[in-house]
Design a protein around this ligand. Structure first.
Ligand SMILES: *Cc1c(COP(=O)(O)O)cnc(C)c1O
Length: 352
């Protein structure tokens, strides 16, 4: 029936409150699939946080997302994709006064201000991330073009530590920018930067560490729809894959939910590469470990056993195999599911 994200509300919200309280000026990021929660739920959560943590600005990925966020939010809404006249010039949402635009080129600011006089912007600098941004040599022109509409500068940095030098260069070179929005800068790095630049306001922009920073509060479970004993060599699925003895289980959750859809891997260590190789070899042999496992609760000796796919997941369900000798679940039971929440769409979210 459903694959459901269960959120331990008090625990999750305690983490959100702690994070907001410990990181002054934090700008929550609400984009894409809403980190598995959906953007509407997270925007509503920002409203709750606004009540006592002073959230005055949230960030969305695109202008399309901004339209929805503006309806639900009392805060200003920063769009992370840069304003491009050829792509965004005709959008009705442009004139919304609560919108804050990201700009990376002088001509784009001029265009924006010709359509929306006084539109508020942040000026993005090009970092070692090398995604969007204005090169440092052109940045003075960009902030001059932004004029009084300039809310601040913004830097999007690669994951990991070691940003101090890069951020410091921008802060030192452009002292006229009084506020900077920074992504992927740790609280410790922020602390050091604040000490070094006491006159500058630094605001971290955070998605993952905020919404997904308390993994113990988040569990995904899927309903078992069918259970069938199978003999060794019996076949199932679109491709007639043969199975060993045990039980075939049909469980909610498939490609439509992002089940077993990994983001392109970014394996770095030798150990990670070895795992990918080993899993690739099993995959080539038709054996793929699924993200489903027997529920850990209940004290059953099979609890926690991770299950193998019978074949790749279908749109709405998956076929998994419970080996002989392990007690199968019953129809109506749930399996635990390991998912990457940034590529997951739950059928339902239960927030306690
Ligand atoms: C997505 C994004 C963020 C948030 O990143 P997390 O890793 O989820 O914290 C911050 N800034 C920019 C520009 C982004 O695109």
């Amino acid at each position: 029936m459903s694959i459901v994200l269960h959120v331990d509300g008090p625990r999750w919200r305690a983490h959100l409150d702690r994070t907001m309280a410990s990181q002054t000026g934090l700008v929550p990021v609400v984009k894409g699939n809403g980190y598995g929660f959906g953007s509407a739920l997270l925007t509503a959560e920002c409203e709750r946080l606004a009540g006592h943590a002073g959230v005055d600005l949230i960030a969305v990925g695109t202008y399309r997302e901004a339209t929805a966020a503006l309806d639900l939010s009392s805060a200003d809404v920063l769009v992370l994709e840069p304003y491009r006249p050829s792509l965004h010039g005709g959008l009705a949402v442009l004139t919304e006064p609560a919108l804050v635009h990201t700009v990376t080129a002088t001509a784009d600011v001029h265009d924006l201000h010709s359509r929306v006089p006084g539109a508020r912007v942040v000026a993005e600098g090009l970092t070692s991330m090398y995604r969007h941004g204005c090169p440092a040599d052109d940045y003075l022109d960009l902030i001059a073009a932004a004029g009084p509409g300039l809310l601040g500068g913004t830097l999007h940095l690669p994951l990991g530590a070691g940003h101090l030098t890069e951020v410091s260069e921008w802060l030192t070179r452009f002292p006229a920018v009084g506020t900077w929005l920074l992504s992927h800068v740790s609280p410790a790095e922020l602390g050091r930067l604040r000490t070094a630049y006491p006159g500058v306001t630094l605001r971290p922009r955070v998605g993952t560490a905020l919404w997904l920073g308390e993994p113990a509060a988040l569990t995904v479970r899927a309903d078992v729809l069918d259970v069938r004993p199978v003999a060794a060599g019996s076949r199932a699925g679109y491709r007639g894959r043969s199975m060993s003895a045990g039980h075939l289980v049909v469980v909610s959750g498939g490609t439509a939910h992002g089940v077993a859809m990994e983001a392109p891997s970014s394996v770095a260590t030798l150990r990670q590469r070895a795992i990918v190789l080993a899993e690739g070899a099993l995959e080539a042999a038709g054996r793929v470990r699924s993200p489903f496992s027997l529920r850990r609760s209940g004290g059953d000796p099979g609890a926690g056993t991770s299950l193998w796919f019978v074949e790749p997941p279908h749109m709405q369900v998956s076929l998994v195999h419970v080996p002989h000798g392990t007690a199968p679940p019953a129809i109506g039971d749930q399996l635990d599911v390991r998912v990457r929440l940034t590529t997951f769409w739950a059928d339902n979210i239960v927030l306690s």
